[in-house]
Ligand binder design. Sequence first.
Ligand code: XMP
Length: 192
Amino acid sequence: MSGDLFNPLDKKYFKQVLFEELEIKKRMGELAFEISRDCENKQVVIVGILKGSFMFFSDLVKLLYIHDIHPYIDFMILSSYGSSTVSSGTVQLIKDITTPIEGTFVILVDDILDTGRTLSFARTHLSKLKPEQIKICVFLDKPSRRIVEIKADYSCFTIEDWFVVGYGLDWNNRFRNLPYVAVVNEQNLPGP
Ligand code: XMP
């Protein structure tokens, strides 16, 4: 962590704001409604992949509450990116879930479906614990970048091949707390 004057709100770091806070809120409402219909009469476990999913996950479970869905909640920590914008290609399990999921309806939540490696790894891992079903739920979907065959069952927005930050998504662990999503201007980002 450098003690410099890096200000994540500085406009020079962004090419554009892709999704404003209000647009995200509106879409989240629709998504929660869609998910809640599938959760009826199921034992639901929602598993968030940290750290990127934290904001999306938190908003989602609060909206599910409005629809009277009260899931078990758990998290996994997986790492795939290190601290750059380029995937390392290998996924590592850093922290596993502790909730028993046998026979349950699992919703696996991540910030973004990019190459698909992370969610594919997570799904394979959880399927060994014999849930009834695993659904993939992402805030953003970048289908043009897919390497592993996997589809999102639920997603808020589909985007082009841009590196984006905000609403949980980071560049070098920065920008996660932005309530909107922006496309970074990589040329203007400071060194790590
Ligand atoms: P894969 O390639 O395994 O990647 O589907 C999923 C993880 O990669 C990170 N990722 C991004 N993070 N802006 C980010 O801040 C992006 O545009 C981006 N694309 C991929 C993210 O951590 C995700 O969980």
